[in-house]
Structures are given as structure tokens and as C-alpha cells.
Write a new protein. Structure first.
Length: 159
């Protein structure tokens, strides 16, 4: 299959540069200071931007930590249901770590099967960790967010 020759005028995305040149506008004299001053540095500082950035970093850290704990608990459930070798280093690490972050739910339920007990105990602990993370993030955003009065500062250095 061959394609026809492309028409360069038809496929051009932008008009040629020489068609339009924007006129350069000068500000009225005396409006922005004497014309012989040259602006070296100009910075806009939003006081709320840094605060929002800090709030986002803290809530991201909380989400990561609580999510990691929930993932470890789910990994323990999967390893138990799959009957992983408890003498394996990885399985032992996950078992120890999940026992440390189980929030005391280890042994809460006593059904007839050990697999079902692990599923219920660690599954509930994983859900609680996710709820704890959501609650902490809500409280941080609720009480640490800046108020409605926004202040923007402009700083201009002139030489």
C-alpha cells in the first residue's frame, strides 16, 4: 500500500512565522519606575503554597506508611492461605512484621481453621490501618489547611 505525496501546505500545523509579528508595546513613561532601571530579579511568594506543599508531603507519608502496613498484613494472609514455608527468610520476615503491626488483633477470632483465623485477624487489622490513615489525613487537611485569607507577596530587586 502506498500513500500519495503529502502536500506541505495542507499538513502544516502552524502558519509561517513571517505572516504575523506582534508589535512591541512600551509601558507609559513613569508607570513602572524610571526607564534606566533594569529589573534583575522578580519573585512572587504565595504564603499558602508552602503550607499546602508541606501538608501534601505529610499526608503522602501517612498514606505510604499505613498502606505499607496494610500490604504487609495482606501479604501475610496470602502466605498463610498458600501454605508458605515458615522457615523461609521472606515468610519469616513478613510473619514477624505483620505480628508487630497487627494492632492486637492477632488471636481475636478463634474459628476452627487457622487459615480463617489469619484471614479474619489480619484482614481486620489491614482495614483498620487504612481507616487510621484516612482519618489522620482528614484531620491534617482539616486543621492544618490555610484559611480563606490569602496573601501573595511580590518582591522586586532593581539595580
Amino acid at each position: 500500500m502506498s500513500y500519495p505525496e503529502s502536500d506541505p501546505e495542507r499538513t502544516r500545523a502552524f502558519p509561517p512565522q513571517e505572516q504575523y509579528v506582534a508589535p512591541r508595546q512600551q509601558p507609559p513613561p513613569g508607570q513602572y519606575g524610571p526607564p534606566d532601571e533594569e529589573v534583575v530579579h522578580e519573585r512572587v511568594r504565595d504564603t499558602h503554597a508552602q503550607r499546602w506543599r508541606t501538608i501534601r508531603m505529610i499526608t503522602s507519608a501517612v498514606t505510604f506508611i499505613t498502606g505499607l502496613f496494610a500490604v504487609v498484613l495482606v501479604a501475610q494472609i496470602i502466605l498463610t492461605l498458600a501454605e508458605a514455608n515458615p522457615d523461609n527468610g521472606f515468610a519469616g520476615f513478613i510473619s514477624d512484621f505483620s505480628g508487630a503491626v497487627s494492632l492486637g488483633f492477632d488471636g481475636l477470632f478463634t474459628p476452627g481453621s487457622a487459615k480463617l483465623a489469619t484471614l479474619l485477624d489480619y484482614g481486620l487489622a489491614a482495614i483498620v490501618w487504612l481507616l487510621i490513615g484516612a482519618a489522620i489525613n482528614f484531620l491534617i487537611r482539616r486543621f492544618a489547611s490555610p484559611g480563606p485569607q490569602r496573601e501573595v507577596r511580590y518582591r522586586r530587586s532593581v539595580e
